[in-house]
Design a protein around this ligand. Structure first.
Ligand code: AMP
Ligand code: TRP
Length: 326
């Protein structure tokens, strides 16, 4: 069985976009791959943030993974910072990575522009990501399109190291989640729904109350026509709601268009709100059960033990190849 690894940063409450674009995909993939899923908390400190609340956000993200259907029997679940070999391997890889290639990364260019006092960690972030991936001989890395370049540099680092020191790393492939499932902001449907949006009325958070979700969907921006038809260019608002309905129910766009052929926007929005509330209320119920149980501690303890052994073996192999005293 091929091995898959992916992680999310524990920053803020997960949105419906993250759920549809990332977590729901992981739930599907867990049956096809030997899966490793982690909380990328070391990546969350690359940009200064006074409200990180790492401890609570990490526990919350694990509870959400479980509540969304990530099965601890099928996945190895762990916290990046609880496995010191990630940062250890990252250093060894940093000394085999060039300043030029890191300074050309899109994300670095974009984020470093926002401040004239950014950290070195922002620059070396992709090498830590490479360490996460390469420590486990990962075959595939499911990520959003924004992270594709980081998986590509991971491949470059692995290939370069293998050429210089002999085969040490498996070269991974990115698995890009379908663009069709990109969920847009409810108020500005040409913009991606994002945790960091200024107006949170356009963003559904997984833990929003039912009534809040209903209000946000009922107030979603639509066009001046009346027909429920998929046309992202001319009808981005309605098309986004169709995408949401489709992602939640697994119905196709055509099926949805014909189901709501006779309906006005109000009726359709109510139906979208109903399916989203139904799915999220089940997730919320399980989330609070997991959050308050000690299952999380048991799972993380197992994950930590298992991944430390695996990552240590890889670090030892790398150190041997590089000629360190052992
Ligand atoms: P982010 O919250 O931007 O760090 O994204 C974490 C993961 O969720 C990535 O795999 C993204 O591609 C995915 N994701 C974030 N927002 C959306 C969205 N609006 N629609 C679909 N996928 C998303
Ligand atoms: N950088 C990713 C993000 O911001 C999170 C991440 C860190 C990751 N390490 C990873 C994803 C390894 C996949 C594999 O979303």
């Amino acid at each position: 069985m091929k091995r898959m690894l992916t992680g999310l940063q524990p920053t803020g409450v997960i949105t419906l976009g993250n759920y549809v674009g990332a977590i729901k995909q992981m739930v599907k993939l867990q049956d096809e791959y030997e899966s490793y899923i982690f909380v990328a908390d070391l990546h969350a400190i690359t940009v200064p943030n006074d409200n990180l609340n790492l401890k609570d956000n990490t526990r919350s993200l694990i509870a959400l993974y479980l509540a969304c259907g990530i099965d601890p029997k099928k996945n190895t679940i762990f916290v990046q910072s609880q496995n010191e070999y990630h940062a250890n391997l990252s250093w060894l890889l940093e000394c085999n990575t060039y300043f030029g290639e890191l300074s050309r990364m899109h994300q670095f260019k974009e984020k470093s522009k926002k401040s004239n006092n950014f950290t070195v960690g922002l620059l070396t972030y992709p090498v830590l990501m490479a360490a996460d991936i390469l420590a486990y001989d990962t075959d595939v890395v499911p990520v959003g399109i924004d992270q594709k370049q980081h998986v590509e540099i991971t491949r470059d680092i692995a290939i370069r190291f293998n050429n210089k020191y002999g085969k040490t790393f498996n070269v991974p492939e990115p698995l890009i989640t379908k663009t069709g499932t990109k969920i847009m902001d409810l108020l500005e449907p040409t913009k991606k729904m994002s945790k960091s949006s200024e107006n949170q009325n356009g963003v559904i958070r997984l833990l929003d109350d039912d009534e809040v979700i209903r209000k946000k969907i009922m107030r979603a921006t639509t066009d001046s026509e009346t027909k429920v038809k998929f046309d992202p260019e001319n009808k981005p608002g309605i098309s986004n709601l169709i995408n949401i309905y489709s992602a939640i129910t697994d119905k196709t766009v055509e099926e949805i268009e014909s189901m709501f052929e006779e309906s006005n926007y109000g009726t359709f929005k109510k139906a979208v709100a109903d399916v989203v509330i139904d799915e999220l209320s089940r997730i919320k119920k399980r989330y609070y059960e997991y959050l308050n149980s000690d299952l999380i501690d048991i799972i993380l303890e197992e994950g930590k033990k298992k991944t430390r052994v695996m990552a240590k073996a890889k670090v030892d192999a790398v150190k041997r190849k590089m000629g360190f005293y052992d």
